[in-house]
Design a protein around this ligand. Structure first.
Ligand code: NAP
Length: 455
């Protein structure tokens, strides 16, 4: 029987082995999910919200256990894992309290006696999810989808299968009927068959660009709606009026949090010429001082990457950038220790055409780019196939806002690292994907926006 093996990226040791289900078993679970949908969609918002509040309480009540599991499976520092679980509970409560108003009928004045738009659930939604926020990414899809009256099936990343089962268990313990949220421990090769299943009505994927292209094209062939949350190589513009201490603190945190593996993380720092050398010197000092280590150690700033193959791939990208003329200022060597560790690394003087400029570096590696002036900084920032989250650091909020509005990205923040917030939409443009999660926009992705006309 095929299995999924999870490995602790800090030690390289095996954690657990899970039997994969067959395609027929997966189909049975989808049939059950469809049956559950037929009754779940009849429940009112208050009934669904009650279970969602219970889920929030269960997540919080088991915070330490879930956080330790996430850290063990993908190497996130323990403090950040705890925050991830807290954020999951926040999203549960947000949608428990607001779904009714977010999906309220919209009266439209026409010549009809009554005409309005109503939002109806569509059925079973498939979610293909990544490992980098093993609880939060799933919650971000599942909570609004379920509150809208849909049911969900999950194909989670293989290396965080323990988190996938823990989430399924949390939904069951909260009292959600069997089949409302189901983990499918399948090989990604079976995703095609799952999408083709007649009971799957839509697909959401968070992950890499290649996975997104594959899943979106299969769904397209089957005329099934998709939401794609893909990679990013987001630019943060550092202007010459910035508070340098603050900007370099943010840059260090932005590049190293989640061990450098956040889709919306600052990856390319576009710095104005006048302050370029000063920024690079202070940023290098802070990146060098950040402590790499065992992720369960509370004093660790950043831990290992999630898998050794991903670490090796990142290292190849660093070497390629240097061969193309990029300047290696810090790091860039695989440490002599067990696990998937990679040191904080800085590549400077990058230009379009270099690997570190053009592609996503999904790990603790920063690209630093010199810009002549504000307009040039925007041009360099927008010179990317991605457009997820970007930022501007400046002492002048109006100047920051002016530039933020010109950045091609789903989110642009001034003087703050981009974060997702349940009250605001989250998603990308260009190769970072399409569709939105969170807020009203997210919960309306997987509904039938239905017109009612009464003469
Ligand atoms: P990944 O390799 O694309 O994996 C993501 C999920 O897709 C996993 O469940 C994986 O299963 C599955 N998968 C991979 N190839 C597939 C295929 N051809 N068909 C169907 N399913 C497939 O991505 P990752 O390395 O886990 O995550 C890193 C990427 O995700 C980065 O590019 C990052 O920027 C992006 N990301 C984006 C967001 C966002 O909100 N925009 C958030 C987080 C991460 P297996 O594990 O079994 O291979």
């Amino acid at each position: 029987m095929a299995t999924t093996i999870t490995i602790n990226p800090s030690t390289g040791e095996k954690i657990a082995e899970y039997n994969r289900i067959t395609i027929n078993e997966a189909k049975e679970k989808i049939t059950q999910s469809k049956k559950t949908f037929d009754s779940w969609k009849q429940k009112n918002f208050e009934e669904r919200a009650q279970l969602m509040h219970k889920l929030a309480a269960i997540l919080e009540g088991n915070k330490e256990e879930y956080a330790q599991l996430a850290t063990r499976e993908m190497g996130k520092t323990i403090g950040q894992s705890r925050k991830e679980i807290e954020k999951c509970a926040l999203v549960c409560r947000y949608y428990a309290d607001h779904s009714k108003e977010l999906l309220a009928d919209e009266i439209v004045k026409t010549e009809a006696t009554k005409s309005y738009v109503t939002f109806k659930p569509i059925g079973v939604i498939l979610a293909v999810m990544p490992w980098n926020f093993p609880f939060y990414q799933v919650i971000r899809f599942a909570v609004p989808a379920l509150m809208a009256g849909n049911t969900g099936v999950l194909k989670h990343a293989s290396n965080v299968q323990g988190c996938a089962f823990a989430l399924e268990d949390a939904f069951v313990k909260s009292g959600f009927p069997t089949g409302t949220f189901t983990n499918l421990n399948i090989d990604s090769k079976l995703v095609k068959d799952i999408i083709e299943n007649k009971n799957i009505m839509a697909v959401t994927l968070t992950g890499s660009e290649p996975a997104g292209r594959s899943v979106a094209s299969i769904a397209g062939q089957n005329l099934k709606k998709t939401v794609m949350e893909l990679g990013g190589s987001d630019a943060y513009i550092i202007l010459d009026d910035v508070d340098m201490e603050e900007a370099t603190d943010m840059a260090t945190l932005g590049r190293l949090q989640n061990n450098g593996q956040t889709c919306i993380a600052a990856k390319r720092f576009v710095v104005l010429d006048e302050i370029y050398d000063e920024f690079l010197a202070l940023f290098t000092k802070k990146m060098k001082a950040a402590k790499m280590g065992e992720p369960t150690d509370e004093t660790t700033y950043y831990g290992p990457m999630a898998r050794t193959d991903l670490r090796d791939q990142l290292h190849e990208q660093v070497l390629k950038t240097v061969a193309q003329g990029g300047r290696l200022v810090l790091g860039g060597e695989i440490p002599d220790r067990n696990g998937a560790y990679y040191p904080a690394t800085i590549l400077a003087d990058l230009e379009p055409g270099m690997e570190g400029f053009d592609n996503e570096l999904f790990g603790p590696v920063a690209s630093v780019i010199r810009a002549k002036d504000d307009a040039h900084a925007v041009e360099l920032a927008n010179n990317s196939v991605f457009g997820l989250g970007s930022g501007v650091f400046t002492g002048n909020k109006e100047r920051g806002e002016r530039l933020a509005l010109q950045l091609e990205a789903g989110s642009s923040f001034v003087n703050k690292l981009v974060v997702s917030d349940p009250r605001l939409p989250f998603g990308g443009i260009k190769n970072s994907g399409y569709g939105r999660e969170l807020a009203a926009y997210g919960i309306r992705e997987f509904v039938n926006t239905k017109t009612i006309w009464i003469n």
